[in-house]
Design a protein around this ligand. Structure first.
Ligand SMILES: Nc1nc2c(ncn2[C@@H]2O[C@H](COP(=O)(O)OP(=O)(O)O)[C@@H](O)[C@H]2O)c(=O)[nH]1
Ligand SMILES: [Mg+2]
Length: 380
């Protein structure tokens, strides 16, 4: 970025924001929903100037609540998101929903004929719903998806709900995109041991056992509670001190260790395990209360700032990677090297590695050397 940043209302005017995007920015900042929709398209399609647009939007800090809801397919995530949205709307608060799951039936009509009808949600101007496919590698949350969340947050929604279908990587990545992560399980989805193995203990701030109207819900709640306590070492809470060792102290230490491995998590948060029947809204007020409590906890302990810093660092990495890729494949020089080199690879006088190295040197300068190469000294 050049040294000069022309001022505009006290903010740096982003370079590369064309006339059209500038007009869009005005509509966005004026709170026009059409402006938000257009901005999302701009970002999703990576149209020229989308980076400058995001830059402009993000230099105005907003602090919406980002809640991620994840779990196996069919657990009732969409139904629960609908119930939550409805409840927030009843309090007069606006809600943005991002469903990173193309099968989520948010697009008008009834939610599969169930009791919660999405009609009034989708025609309510106070709710903004967007479904998108996760285009990230390994099924992770694409950078674009995170940017759409940023847009919704920046637009001023107090609630930004993200539904992601839980398949490994996406579940883990949601931690980076949300302030509060709700993991939704159902009696049918397996036991607590499976949840532990899947790493759900690491990412859940709140557990929800949905479909509590089905058999086995209480059992799953108990198992999850036990698993959480075991993990935190607090299962020893009721064990008296004996043999000169205060097991409670040991427990507390174990708890602190378990927490600190999360890195961004101050200790002291007891993961609640709640029961819901998403279709009827049963248990939804308790879930809202838990989400609010977690938010207060994060604010009081500095955890919110920590999470946001971690998120920012991750985002910088994402953007650098994307721009590097973009720079590489849009470079004429790189195209030339590639075109000239493939014949040599066929003739075995070059290999993909030697050619890639040539391309990297062309991009990054003659001083560039692959990290970890002997004599490089870097990467240590
Ligand atoms: N019995 C029962 N069914 C539910 C409950 N919540 C959702 N469902 C049903 O479970 C199915 C999957 O719900 P959906 O919200 O699409 O799940 P998702 O794939 O996790 O988003 C739908 O047929 C819902 O009606 C619940 O609490 N109890
Ligand atoms: Mg869904």
């Amino acid at each position: 970025m050049s040294g000069e940043r022309p001022a505009e209302g006290g903010r740096a005017a982003p370079e590369g924001l064309g006339l059209e995007n500038r007009a869009l920015l005005e509509r966005f900042q004026a709170g026009k929903k059409m402006g938000l929709a257009r901005a999302i398209s701009l970002v999703e399609n990576e149209h020229p100037g989308f980076q400058a647009f995001l830059h402009a939007v993000l230099t105005t800090p907003r602090f919406g609540n980002r809640v991620g809801l994840t779990g196996p397919p069919g657990a009732g995530k969409s139904t629960l998101v609908a119930a939550l949205s409805r409840a927030y709307r009843e309090r007069g608060e606006e809600v943005a929903v991002v469903a990173v799951d193309p099968t989520s039936p948010y697009s008008g009509g009834a939610l599969l004929g169930d009791r919660i009808r999405m009609n009034d949600l989708t025609t309510d101007a106070g709710i903004f719903i967007r479904s998108m496919a996760s285009r990230g590698s390994l099924g992770g949350l694409a950078t674009t998806t995170k940017e759409v969340l940023d847009l919704m947050d920046a637009f001023g929604f107090p609630w930004v709900l993200v539904e992601t279908v839980g398949v490994g990587q996406t579940e883990l990545e949601i931690t980076g995109a949300a302030d509060t992560v709700v993991v939704i399980l159902v009696p049918e989805s397996g036991d607590a041991i499976q949840a532990m193995k899947a790493g759900l203990m690491e990412i859940a701030d709140i557990f929800v056992v949905n479909k509590a109207d089905r058999p086995g819900a209480d059992r799953l709640v108990k198992d999850l509670q036990l698993a959480i306590h075991l993990k935190e070492g607090s299962a020893l809470r009721d064990v008296p001190a004996h043999h000169g060792v205060d097991l409670r102290r040991v427990g507390v230490l174990a708890s602190a260790r378990a927490r600190s491995t999360k890195g961004d998590e101050p200790e002291g948060w007891e993961i609640p395990v709640l029961k819901t029947v998403a279709q009827t809204g049963e248990g939804v007020p308790a879930l809202m209360e838990a989400v609010a409590r977690h938010r207060s906890f994060l604010e009081a302990t500095g955890g919110l700032e920590e999470r946001r810093k971690a998120r920012a660092a991750g985002r910088v990495r994402d953007v650098v990677q994307r721009e590097l890729r973009r720079a590489a494949w849009s470079s004429h020089k790189v195209q030339q090297i590639l075109e000239a080199g493939v014949d040599d690879i066929a003739a075995a006088s070059e290999t993909p590695y030697s050619l890639a190295e040539e391309i990297l040197v062309a991009l990054l300068g003659p001083g560039w050397r692959r990290p970890g190469v002997t004599g490089d000294g870097g990467g240590a």
